[in-house]
Write a protein that binds this ligand. Structure first.
Ligand code: PGA
Ligand code: MG
Length: 232
């Protein structure tokens, strides 16, 4: 019997859809430099991405050994947001094969959504600049539903607003936060290995690890079918 709800494929943004590290970390370098901190190595700061911009700034300050009061931290965060918004798509690009994979998923009738710990307005701005925004039924940021990853509510609400249900959805992400979110929401999760994580991607505990977006459409079909069979 056909399921009335479309399948929803929910993507993390930073490190999953797009390689946004260059613009995020250029901005982090700039605000830390303005605060008088030494420059941190990229291998180190890359792993600080994944819990949103405020966490990125705070992690940078901690790693640089700067102990600022709340007002100074807030000012630095505001400065980060303004500069980042102005440079959000200078170097940021979709990962190879992404656009083709999204085309295939959409042609199969699946609905695409974004579930990210980036703020909603920055997520929309970035995807608009890259010409990708229209592809997603929902772009849900850390501030969209009053709960953010790894809270299951962020993913469940994203799927619901996209017109689907958690029992017929797949999450795609690059970090432990994404895997935990999917587990909490009882949604299967695909891990991509080209994002930002301090844990090796194969150790994140996802259902499937794919090395290239070419593999995503068949992987999604398999996970949806497995899920259906498990529920029968
Ligand atoms: O920008 C961040 O730190 C978080 O973004 P993500 O949830 O899309 O990985
Ligand atoms: Mg990510």
């Amino acid at each position: 019997m056909p399921n009335a709800a479309p399948a929803v494929i929910a993507f993390d943004l930073d490190g999953t859809l797009v390689d946004s590290a260059p613009d995020l970390l250029d901005t982090l370098d700039l605000v830390l430099e303005e605060a008088g901190a030494p420059r941190l190595p990229r291998e180190e700061t890359r792993k600080m991405i994944g819990a949103g911009a405020r966490a990125l700034v705070l992690r940078g300050l901690t790693a640089a050994g700067l102990d600022l009061d709340q007002a100074a931290q807030d000012a630095l965060y505001d400065r980060f947001l303004v500069h980042y918004a102005d440079h959000i798509a200078d170097k940021t690009r979709p990962f190879p094969g992404l656009v083709e994979a999204l085309d295939v998923l959409t042609a199969r009738g699946h609905v695409l959504a974004v579930c990210t710990n980036k703020l909603e307005y920055l997520s929309v701005l970035l995807l608009e600049r890259l010409g990708l925004a229209e592809r997603f039924a929902v772009i849900a940021g850390a501030d969209t539903y009053g709960a953010h990853k790894p809270d299951a509510k962020h993913l469940i609400e994203t799927i619901r607003h996209a017109g689907g249900e958690a029992s017929r959805a797949v999450m795609v992400g690059d970090s432990l936060t994404d895997v935990l979110t999917a587990r909490n929401a009882k949604v299967p999760v695909v891990v991509v290995p080209f994002g930002y994580t301090d844990i090796p991607p194969e150790e994140l505990g996802g259902d499937v690890l794919i090395g290239h977006y070419d593999l995503l459409p068949e992987t999604v079909e398999r996970l949806l079918a497995d899920n259906l069979a498990a529920r029968a």
